[in-house]
Design a protein around this ligand. Sequence first.
Ligand code: EPZ
Length: 419
Amino acid sequence: MKEKFLINGGRQLSGEIVVEASKNAYLPILAGCVLCDEKVTFLNAPEFLDIENMCAILKLLGARVRRVGAILELDMGGLKNQKISFEYTNKLRASIFLLGALLGKFRQAVISYPGGCNIGTRPIDIHISAFKSLGVKVVERHGYIFCNAQNMRAGKVVFPSVSVGATESLVMSAVLLKGKTTLYNSAREPEVVELCKFLNAMGAKIYGAGTDVIEIYGVKKLRGVEFSVQSDRIIAGTHLLLGALAGKNLKIVGAKRAENERLFDILDGCACDIFEDDEGVVISAVGRSDALKFVETLPYPNFPTDLQPQLMAFATLAKGTSVIRENLFENRFNHVMEYTKMGADILVKDRIAIVRGVEKLFGADVFATDLRAGAGLVIAGLLAEGYTTVHNVEFIDRGYERLEEKYAKLGADIKRVKD
Ligand code: EPZ
């Protein structure tokens, strides 16, 4: 059933909002559960659509999955290797993480190509070439990838460019592989670190996570664990940007400077007050911010592409002209058209968006095209004068838990209705 958010903008937002656990850490970690055949219990699993879709794939493989509130129990005993069809990979691009996990566990995998999505073609050539460099036989036919890792050997992989998913997939394929595997030019994202922390808690021997060289010493077996995943730095960044525009002593529990350095550098120069303690951040908007001279998205620890649409919403109302360059995905400016409908003044040329700040946005009918663009449209709607309808909220539900309820609790006039 299609749903939409109805927003009446212009309210000041106060109170407290708790950041959920990280979607982009949970997804590879759930795939990593395939590597053990015991019970794994997660204590803070958000109700994101993407997590439900990943659990559906684990059930297909024979896992018994039970959710009681935020507690997610998986019994991984008796798993059977299965072909992962397009029906699953189309709903969840992160299903590609199962390639590494299935090769790690069964030394065989057959998986349909994960769909591209609205932000780009999302190729997996880096994953495939890395597996081949460790002796995995890969055949791509009729939309499926057939992998045979019977002759897979521990060794060295040099990623041609930084890929979060490829780094995570290769780590999972090597944790039960005899010998030492070294991954060069690895992604350094906190989600990679969290995955390695989880696998090490299960008994894996992984060193260097968070740096560009990760070493994996194969072990015989992984054991079940109880685990809680760190907070989602992209959700935290989303709330911080909203707070910098409309917050009044808005407390964001779980937001930490350490994982959003570039965003905090930007906010430190903006018209907002920020108070940080070990619980999180309290932020208040104190006027109209100056424009962002130049911000570009790059792999961690640089500014994250997943906050680019939300940052652009912020820039549409700044004083002056901001320049934003999107380096990661070739089609991640779909939100520009939607902001323009609300009165924003944005010019796009290739990977560059030139955002001339306006005094005011006006409510309009807008359409989410992906998860983060949807979040950006909610921010714009909450700031705009008048009524905004955000359609396709199923995109937002993939990585935000009942966002409208949480923002309504802060004083926003937002509700979810049938579309
Ligand atoms: C992860 O996607 C995240 N998803 C994305 O978040 C995030 O935007 C991205 O990392 C970058 O930080 C999950 O973790 C589930 P990449 P991933 O491989 O792993 C190119 C969200 O909104 N590339 O680091 O797919 C690719 O096209 C999502 O939560 C290849 O060319 O990203 C991109 O230009 C959106 N070949 C760049 O590398 C490959 O084999 C980085 O992609 C793989 C990637």
